[in-house]
Each structure stands twice: as C-alpha cells, then as structure tokens.
Ligand binder design. Structure first.
Ligand code: GLY
Length: 307
C-alpha cells in the first residue's frame, strides 16, 4: 500500500549499536581500535540479519554479539565488582510498551536474553535481582561458569582501582536501537557496571526509562555512561517526554537530556532513533564506540565529544 500524500512514506529501517562511552586511552592503540570496529560491525551484521523478524529481534541479536565479545563491558568482559564478581544489568523495551529488565544477574551468558525472556513472560516491566540460576532454569537461558566471564583486562582494571587508581568508569556498556521496516521501534542495553562497584549495585542499564526506552510515538534510546546521573535524570524517558509533550525534535531532546545528565554530575552518550527515521547520537564523554546501518550504508565511529 502506498503512503498517502499527506503522510511521509515509512522511514528506511535503521539499526544503531554502541559499545560504551567513557575516557579515551592513555596512548593511541590502532590494533585495539580496529578490534572494536570489527566487533561493532559484527553486531550490526547480526542485528541486520534478524531485521526481518522485527526491531526487537535485531536489537537482541546485536547486543548478544557485544555481550559475547570480551572487548566490551557486558556479559563476558564485564567490569568486575569489588568482590571480583560479574554482576550484569540489562533491559529491553519495544515501542508498543512491552519491557523486561534484569539487575545483578550472574553466570548468564546473554543477560539481554534474560530481559527478553521476562518481557515475553508477559510481566509488567520488571527487575529481578540475583537468583540467576533460578531465572536461567525457568527461561532456559544459557548458563556459563562465572569465571569464564572474567577477562584479564578487567582483572587488571579492578586491581588498579582497588589500589587507588583513577575513579571508576562504566565505559564499555553496550546497546542497540532499531526502527524496522514496519515502523516498529526497540531499544536494548546491557552492562557489567563499573570496576569495583558494590556487588549487586544496580545501574541505569537495568532501569526502563533511565538507560533504555522505546515508544512508538517518539523514539528508541539506549544510553551509556555514569549510570547514577542517568538514573537521577531518568534520561531515556526524558528524551521521549520532551518530544511528546514539548514537541522537540529528536536531536534537540537528546541534547537537552544529556545536558541534564551533565548537570547531575555525569558524562556519557546515547544512541537514538525516532519513529520518523531521524537519528541522534549525543555524546559528552571523551570517546564512544558506535556503529550505524541504514540500507547498504554502514558507519562506525569511536570518537567522542570533541571528535
Ligand atoms: N551506564 C552503565 C552503568 O552505570 O552501569
């Protein structure tokens, strides 16, 4: 069916992924940057392959790739809590209002799949702290030896942090947002939090409205950065609310919401796609790994606020 003359034709499907915002490297590392780009591209490819099944499937497929990559702070490769453990947060929301979230899960290979399972269980937006084995068994989620989720890089970061190294950063959180061919929106976010966090600390990536939001009337958002400030400002929902109630465009709303995060003492960024196909990637951190695909066009970038 053709779009009527007074309506815009449906926007082209778009998938955006991120691999976290944070501080830049102390020294340039071309190989490490190439590895990040490779895995962001793999995530985009995996999501795109699932696009025919809808925005939700595309987001989950993309995030699972990033959770499995040891380069990012989610799933395998997560930042280690002060007890040396991996405690993961993840959330998923669709533009029709369905949502699922998990907080502080352990030994689940793909935390985003746990959030998706809860969403499909028909529960209201839900947090589930701990009891990971029970959760995994009930929803047939893949469990993994917790030690296999710990990387040497994160072990060193924890040691540095515990011996008085520079302040904790939640860099490396992952996420995806998608507008599919039917016009449906979805957003997904997953993280291990930050090095030396209190065990079972819950961050914005587990909070629907803070780190993740999708609404068919406005946009889909996945955030990354200093979670406490994103929670205090209910960042992702703020973008939606500004669009819906104040009539702001996506870029204006996203920029204003990130400014509010800065005022609350936090830095970071977000990937956003609107129902009309507009995209915005506001960043206030030194760096943010992200990639974007629309049609045959793919772009990957690693620079941040000054890039
Ligand atoms: N933004 C991820 C976290 O603070 O846990």
């Amino acid at each position: 069916m053709e779009a009527s003359a007074d309506k815009p034709s449906r926007a082209a499907p778009t998938l955006i992924v991120h691999g976290g915002a944070g501080r830049g490297r102390p020294r340039p590392d071309e190989q490490a940057d190439a590895d990040l780009r490779r895995d962001l591209r793999r995530a985009l490819d995996a999501g795109w392959e699932h696009l025919a099944a809808g925005a939700e499937a595309a987001c989950v497929a993309a995030v699972r790739v990033l959770e499995d990559s040891p380069l990012f702070n989610a799933g395998t490769g997560s930042a280690l809590a002060a007890d040396g453990g991996v405690w993961c947060d993840a959330s998923l929301m669709c533009g029709d209002g369905r949502a699922g979230a998990v907080a502080g899960v352990q030994a689940i290979r793909f935390p985003i799949s746990a959030a998706q399972a809860l969403m499909h269980a028909g529960a209201p937006p839900l947090l589930w702290a701990g009891r990971s084995a029970e959760l995994a068994a009930r929803y047939e989620l893949e469990q993994v030896d917790p030690g296999r989720m710990v990387t040497e890089r994160q072990r060193r970061r924890l040691e540095r942090r515990l011996s008085g190294g520079r302040a904790a950063s939640s860099g490396g959180t992952v996420g995806a947002v998608c507008l599919d061919a039917t016009g449906a929106l979805a957003a997904a976010t997953s993280t291990g939090g930050y090095a030396a966090k209190p065990p079972a600390r819950i961050g914005d990536s587990a909070i629907i409205g803070a780190g993740t939001w999708a609404d068919a009337r406005t946009c889909a958002v996945s955030a990354t950065g200093d979670g406490e400030a994103f929670m205090r400002t209910l960042f992702a929902h703020e973008i939606h609310a500004r669009m819906l109630h104040a009539g702001e465009g996506l870029a204006q709303a996203a920029g204003a919401a990130l400014a509010a995060v800065r005022d609350a003492g936090g830095l970071g960024g977000a990937i956003c796609v609107a129902a009309d196909g507009a995209i915005a990637v506001p960043i206030s951190s030194e760096v943010m790994a992200r990639g974007w695909r629309c049609g045959e066009e793919t772009q990957i970038a690693l620079g941040g606020a000054t890039a």
